[in-house]
Design a protein around this ligand. Structure first.
Ligand code: PGA
Length: 256
């Protein structure tokens, strides 16, 4: 199975800065087999970067996309417009859920629209701090997971990547804490069990599950060795090129 290292740049970098970063990243990456390095630039940078990127080495992801293919939706970019530019799309990131108030219904339509347009969704799920404190983590995870996947046909399941991102561990969240490998492992098991109960063990096994939340070179190794974790979704540390490269190197070592 592949290991994923995905850099979510969020609302950072001008088009020029993004292009320079990509150039430098590309120069310093050996051609790793079975390691999928993905960066998610702004919508604006996606198009020029798609012309620049060597897709054998680095893939591009959109940070979002709209579920209708065209029409009167001012300000939106559809997955049909992203088709061919991005191989992946982050969908249901906690910032989309909590800042932009996206619900599971919207997210499931986006997951379906991405797949319809040959873009692999990276479906983000994760509980907020109070949900964890009230013992609701398992229910929240199951609801977000099955809600997001509701329109995915069984034979498309293996094209979806799940990212577990506890919201309380995301570096930009006030008072963020590091998630421990035990805490992560417990939720990864819930995700895998839910997939297995819903789609059957064989289909569930083919789904890649990533972890995200304050990932850095100092914890990447520990997170990547948690059973059932196939990669990392990196926010803040992906903005610092040498840290992102360090995380990629660590992923390579863990895989070897
Ligand atoms: P972080 O962000 O690595 O800065 O915590 C992760 C994310 O929000 O995807």
């Amino acid at each position: 199975m592949k290991t994923y290292v995905v850099g979510n740049w969020k609302l950072n970098f001008t088009v020029g800065e993004a292009s320079i970063y990509l150039h430098k990243l590309s120069k310093s990456l050996p051609n790793y087999r079975n390691l999928e390095v993905v960066v998610a630039p702004s919508m604006l940078a996606l198009q020029p970067l798609s012309l620049q990127v060597d897709r054998r080495r680095i893939k591009l992801a959109a940070q979002d996309g709209f579920y209708r293919d065209y029409g009167a939706y001012t300000g939106e970019v559809s997955f049909s417009q992203l088709r061919g530019l991005a191989d992946y799309a982050i969908i249901g990131h906690s910032e989309r859920r909590y800042v932009f108030k996206e619900d599971d219904k919207t997210i499931q339509k986006k997951v379906a629209a991405a797949l319809r347009n040959k873009i692999k969704p990276i479906l983000c799920i994760g509980e907020i701090e109070s949900e964890r404190a009230f013992g609701e983590t398992a229910d929240v995870i199951k609801d977000q997971l099955l809600g997001g996947l509701a329109e995915v046909a069984d034979d498309n399941l293996s094209k979806v990547i799940i990212a577990y991102e506890p919201v309380w561990a995301i570096s930009s969240v006030k008072g963020a804490k590091l998630a421990s490998p035990d805490e992560i492992s417990e939720v990864i098991n819930i995700i895998r069990q839910t997939l297995s109960d819903t789609y059957g063990p064989e289909s569930a096994e083919k789904v890649s599950v990533l972890f995200g939340g304050s990932v850095s070179p100092s914890n990447a190794g520990a997170y990547l060795t948690i059973p059932g974790v196939n990669g990392l979704l990196v926010g803040g540390a992906s903005l610092i090129l040498h840290e992102f490269i360090d995380i990629i190197e660590i992923a390579k070592k863990v895989q070897a």
